[in-house]
Write a protein of this length. Structure first.
Length: 423
């Protein structure tokens, strides 16, 4: 098979790393890809939302399957674009159709889905520019901290958690009236704050059947001890030590099953990954959010633990026979630590040469914001590289990641030194 991955981050490098291990994959393209995918696949400089250019590539290279990494093309309807085109509709697309992708595209849509199907989640109300005053009133009914979420896609940065009521009101105005997150915050969801510890659950579905992948916990804040600004993710651990069999059983019965059943009842066509952001409140799971693709950097710890041929799995999804597949999981723990550019998640410089990769042992460097320029690997984004390791325990795995990070260098390189330490 000839396969195309859409995306350019650590998630897509991890997919590429996993896909090329499959005997079913003859040729792999990544658009636009990065320095990591360039070593194992053919990068093609196409934007993930340029559907016409993607179509041309797919037809020219006789591509049989498209694996969609990021959320933007899914929310914009790439799966529907393929289905509605006579030249493309026989090609397998891994990712939900546009109607289902609204689970990530709109926080309000997701909350309505959760309430409609009695899936445990936080109480909420949503507001727009015409109802700012109502938003202030609703905030006054809640106890601190206050949770404000931009309704649309804001690259993982559209959620604010604030302890001060006046600050919450000011931020609500900034999001709605001053368009702090652009169109993404033309509507804002205000939620009750849930006090607990977060984790991510990943589910594969062909629209009818489902398989649950290993859990992971990621670390969103830039600073140690979970302080500072939110990022796209600074590291991750899998499995999650506090997710006991009893707790995971509750997740499956109360959340996963009603989610998959809800997709069918609401006629939301879904072939791909469902990422369920969970919070453990006491001993009970509640849903914080849905994403309609794999998370990043969770992918860098979940896929390395998948022993089953991923192309076999994707084929089964496209043919609606996921129930025929046995998912085998590596018993070892996996951890990843994200190396980021100095200044990230605010302003940072690009084009810094990355050195020391040849010295890495017992870890896998998944490239994210890195490209090849003048035969050198240089930084091209805020989150530059994820260093993944296996271990019999997550402590052993994390130690290997940190030992290998010591061998790497780029100007103003930054990373969190406490990934997994809270567990």
């Amino acid at each position: 098979m000839t396969i195309l991955i859409l995306g350019s981050g650590g998630r897509e490098h991890t997919f590429a790393w996993k896909i090329v291990q499959s005997p079913l994959c003859d040729k792999l393209f990544v658009a636009p890809g990065n320095s990591g995918t360039a070593e194992i696949a053919t990068n093609v400089n196409i934007k993930v939302t340029d559907f016409e250019a993607i179509k041309t590539l797919v037809l020219e290279e006789d591509i049989n399957m498209v694996v969609v990494g990021p959320e933007d093309p899914l929310v914009q309807g790439i799966h529907d674009f393929f289905l509605n085109d006579d030249q493309l509709n026989h090609i397998a697309v891994i990712g939900p159709q546009k109607a289902a992708a609204e689970l990530e595209g709109s926080k309000e849509f997701a909350k309505e889905f959760l309430f409609r199907h009695d899936i445990p989640t936080a109480a909420y109300q949503s507001f727009d520019t015409n109802t700012v005053e109502d938003g202030y009133t609703f905030l006054e009914t809640l106890n601190a901290p206050y949770v404000l979420k931009a309704d649309g896609l804001a690259a993982g940065k559209g959620v604010l958690i604030l302890n001060d009521l006046n600050e919450a009101k000011a931020e609500l105005k900034s999001m709605l009236v001053d368009a702090k997150f652009g169109d993404a915050s033309s509507k804002v969801v205000i939620e009750e704050f849930l006090d607990g510890i977060e984790l991510s659950c990943f589910v594969l579905t062909d629209g009818k059947h489902y398989k649950i992948l290993p859990t992971a916990k990621d670390y969103k804040r830039i600073g140690e001890g979970d302080t500072g600004l939110n990022t796209g993710g600074m590291g991750a651990v899998s499995p999650v030590p506090f997710a006991t069999d009893e707790f995971l059983n509750k997740v499956e019965e109360r959340i996963v099953k009603p989610t998959i059943n809800g997709l069918q009842k609401d006629n939301l066509p879904y072939k791909g990954f469902v990422f369920i952001g969970l919070i453990k409140v006491g001993d009970d799971p509640k849903v914080i959010e849905y994403n309609v693709r794999m998370g990043d950097p969770e992918t860098e710890v979940v896929l390395p633990r998948l022993k089953t041929d991923i192309v076999e799995v994707f084929k089964a999804i496209s043919e609606e026979r996921l129930n025929d597949i046995n998912i085998e999981i590596d018993e070892r723990a996996a951890t990843t630590v994200m190396l980021v550019s100095g200044g990230y998640p605010e302003a940072y410089e690009k084009g810094k040469e990355i050195t020391g990769l040849q010295h890495i042992k017992d870890s896998i460097p998944f490239h994210a914001g890195a490209i090849i320029k003048d035969n050198k690997i240089v930084t091209s984004g805020g989150r530059v590289m994820a260093i993944t390791s296996y271990g019999n325990t997550y402590q052993e795995a994390i130690k290997k990641s940190y030992q290998n990070i010591d061998k790497l260098h780029f100007d103003k390189m930054n990373y969190r030194k406490d990934i997994g330490f809270d567990l």
